[in-house]
Design a protein around this ligand. Structure first.
Ligand code: GLU
Length: 558
C-alpha cells in the first residue's frame, strides 16, 4: 500500500505540513522549571466544583513557577454548545480569583498558540491525522454502526474484549483500490489509529499471557504501570472532528503544555494517549491525574462521588448564590488539595494564602473528601482575615445580585461597618460569619425591616416578671453608661426581683432564688434582639443607638 497516496486521497485539501505547525507554534522559551498548564472545559453551561478544583491546581502550578495558564474550549463532543458558556466559565473562575494568561476569552483569543477552541482547529487535527496515515500509523475504517454492533455481540458471546482491534479491525489491510472505491462512492468513514499493541487477554486461561506494559510518570501518583493500548481507537470521527484522545495529544503538544492536570476518569485512556504521543514522535507532558471529589452520603454514611442531581454544592453557582467569600473557598480547596496546608495555616495564620507552596506530591490520589461543614469552619476563620470594609463591599455586591431584598442593609455604611466588626477584633474574636446568606440572617435584628422575636423567655422567669424587668430597665437606662455601670444596673434589677446576682449563687442555693442575673439579661436580649443568644448586649445597644434600644424594649412590653 502506498500510504502517501492514501493520505492524499483522504486529505486532499490539507496543504500545511506538521513542520509548518511546529514553526507556527514554537517552543515557548520560558525559563527552566516554568510550567504551562491549561483548563479544557466543555462549554455545556455548567461549571462544577471539579472544574474549580482542577483549575486551582493549574493556576497554582503555572503562577507559582512563572509559567502560563491558558483556557481551551473543548467542544468536539456532541454535547450542546450553550450560548454564553465561555463567559460563564471565565466569570465563575474569576470570582474565585482564578485568571488565565492566555486562551479563549469573551472578546476572542489571547495568545500565539490558538485557535483555543477545538472546533476551530479541524485543519490542524487533519494535518496530523494525514501524517499518521501517510506513515501507515492510522487508516480509514468504513465499518458501519451495525457491523460494529455485530462484532460486539460476537465478542460478548466469546467472552472477549469488546472493541476494534486485531482480527476485528476489518479495514486495517484494505488495498488502496478498495479505499478509493469506497471514498468515491461517498461511504462514510472514520480514521483509526493502527495500534501496535497486542491483545493478550482473549487467549483463554491456559494460554493467557502477560501483555506488554507501559510505565508513565504521574506527578500526583508516581510511576503508573499499565497495560499497553491495543485498540484501533478512532482519532477522527466521520465529520473530520477529532475525538478527545486525538485533540488532547495534538493540542497539548502544539500549545506546549508541560503539565496536563485532569480528572482520574481519564486514567484508563492514558495508554491510548501514550501510544499517540509516541506515534507522532512527541515527548509526553507530565500528567497529573487528580482524585475524584467524594462526599459522605447523608443517608448511607458511605463515601460516594458528588452527583449533579443530588448535590447542589457540586455546581459553582451554589457558592455564589449562598455568598461564600472566594477567599474561604480557596482556603478550603487548599485544605483538600494539599495534605500539609492546614499545618502551614496554623503556623502562619496571617499570611496571604498564595504564599503557601502548593505541590503535586502532597495531593491525595485516592478520593478527595468534600465536606460542607468543613468548608463552613474554614470560612469562619477565613472571614476573620477579611477587613470589615471589604466584607461590606462583598456582601453589598452579593445582595444586589442574589438577594436584593437585603440591599437596604447597605444604605447606612457606617452602621453596617460597626455591625460587621462587632466582636471580630477581640482577643478571642467571634466567629459568627460563614457566608452571605447566613450573615444577613445573623445580623437581621439590627434592622427593623428584618427584626423578629425568635426565642422564648427562659422558664425561670415567670410571665408577670417580664414587664417588671423591662420597666425597671427602661427607667434606669442611661445610654452613656459604660459596660460595667450598665451591668451593675441589671444586677440591681435582678436582686430587687428575687434573682441571684451571680449564677453560681443560684447554683448553690436554687431554693433561695427564682433564677439568676443571666435569666434577667436574657429577657432584655429577647426584647432587643429577639434572640436568647447574641454578642455583647451593651455593645449592640451602642451600635443600635438609644432610640432603637428604647423602642425595642417598650415594643416588647406592649
Ligand atoms: N474536556 C475534558 C473534560 O472536560 C478535559 C479533560 C482534560 O483536561 O484533558 O473532562
Amino acid at each position: 500500500m502506498d500510504n502517501k497516496k492514501l493520505a492524499e486521497l483522504l486529505f486532499p485539501t490539507i496543504d500545511k505540513t506538521p513542520e509548518d505547525y511546529e514553526k507556527i507554534f514554537p517552543e515557548r522559551g520560558l525559563p527552566e522549571g516554568a510550567m504551562v498548564t491549561r483548563l479544557g472545559p466543555s462549554p455545556t453551561g455548567f461549571m462544577h466544583l471539579g472544574n474549580l478544583y482542577g483549575a486551582f491546581v493549574d493556576e497554582r502550578l503555572a503562577h507559582q513557577s512563572g509559567g502560563t495558564f491558558f483556557l481551551r474550549i473543548e467542544d468536539t463532543d456532541d454535547k450542546r454548545y450553550v450560548e454564553g458558556a465561555v463567559e460563564l466559565i471565565i466569570n465563575s473562575l474569576d470570582f474565585f480569583g482564578i485568571r488565565f494568561d492566555e486562551g479563549a476569552s469573551v472578546t476572542g483569543d489571547i495568545g500565539d498558540y490558538g485557535p483555543y477552541t477545538q472546533s476551530e482547529r479541524a485543519a490542524i487535527y487533519q494535518c496530523f491525522a494525514k501524517k499518521l496515515v501517510s506513515e501507515g500509523k492510522a487508516y480509514p475504517c468504513f465499518l458501519t454502526e451495525e457491523e460494529i454492533g455485530q462484532i460486539r455481540e460476537k465478542q460478548e458471546a466469546a467472552k472477549e474484549m469488546p472493541g476494534i482491534y486485531g482480527e476485528y479491525a476489518a479495514c486495517r489491510n484494505w488495498t488502496y483500490e478498495q479505499v478509493e472505491e469506497a471514498v468515491k462512492a461517498g461511504v462514510p468513514y472514520v480514521i483509526r489509529l493502527k495500534s501496535d499493541g497486542v491483545c493478550t487477554q482473549n487467549a483463554g486461561e491456559e494460554g493467557e499471557t502477560e501483555g506488554r506494559r507501559i510505565r508513565v510518570y504521574d506527578a500526583i501518583r508516581g510511576i503508573l504501570d499499565m497495560p499497553e493500548n491495543f485498540m484501533d481507537t478512532v482519532i477522527l470521527k466521520r465529520t473530520g472532528i477529532p475525538t478527545y484522545h486525538f485533540a488532547h495529544v495534538v493540542d497539548d503538544h502544539l500549545m506546549r503544555t508541560t503539565h496536563v492536570v485532569r480528572g482520574a476518569e481519564w486514567l484508563p485512556s492514558l495508554p491510548i494517549h501514550v501510544e499517540l504521543f509516541e506515534k507522532l514522535g512527541w515527548e509526553l507532558p507530565v500528567f497529573c491525574h487528580t482524585a475524584q471529589l467524594m462526599k459522605i452520603d447523608e443517608e448511607t454514611g458511605m463515601k460516594r462521588k458528588l452527583s449533579k442531581r443530588k448535590d447542589p454544592e457540586l455546581s459553582l453557582t451554589y457558592y455564589r448564590d449562598q455568598g461564600y467569600h472566594p477567599a474561604a473557598v480557596r482556603e478550603y480547596l487548599l485544605t483538600i488539595l494539599n495534605s500539609n496546608y492546614e499545618e502551614w495555616r496554623l503556623a502562619n495564620p496571617d499570611l496571604p494564602v498564595d504564599e503557601f507552596k502548593f505541590t503535586t506530591e502532597k495531593m491525595s490520589n485516592s478520593g478527595a473528601l468534600f465536606d460542607l461543614d468543613k468548608l463552613n469552619d474554614v470560612s469562619k476563620d477565613a472571614l476573620l482575615r477579611v477587613p470589615a470594609a471589604e466584607l461590606y463591599d462583598f456582601l453589598k455586591k452579593w445582595a444586589a445580585e442574589f438577594a436584593p431584598e437585603y440591599s437596604f442593609m447597605f444604605d447606612d455604611k457606617d452602621y453596617m461597618l460597626k455591625i460587621l466588626d462587632l466582636g471580630r477584633n477581640d482577643q478571642k474574636p467571634r466567629k459568627d460569619f460563614v457566608y452571605a446568606r447566613q450573615i444577613v440572617q445573623f445580623i437581621s435584628y439590627f434592622f427593623d425591616e428584618t427584626f423578629k422575636i425568635e426565642d422564648e423567655i427562659p422558664a425561670e422567669v415567670p410571665a408577670e416578671d417580664v414587664g417588671k424587668i423591662l420597666a425597671a430597665y427602661l427607667d434606669t437606662y442611661d445610654h452613656s453608661d459604660d459596660n460595667s455601670q450598665w451591668f451593675d444596673k441589671i444586677r440591681t434589677i435582678a436582686t430587687d426581683l428575687g434573682y441571684a446576682a451571680k449564677p453560681k449563687d443560684f447554683k448553690k442555693h436554687p431554693e433561695d432564688y427564682k433564677g439568676h442575673v443571666g435569666h434577667v439579661s436574657t429577657v432584655i436580649r429577647i426584647a432587643l434582639m429577639g434572640r436568647a443568644q447574641s454578642p455583647d448586649v451593651w455593645t449592640i445597644q451602642q451600635i443600635m443607638g438609644e432610640e432603637m434600644t428604647r423602642r425595642r424594649i417598650s415594643g416588647y412590653m406592649n
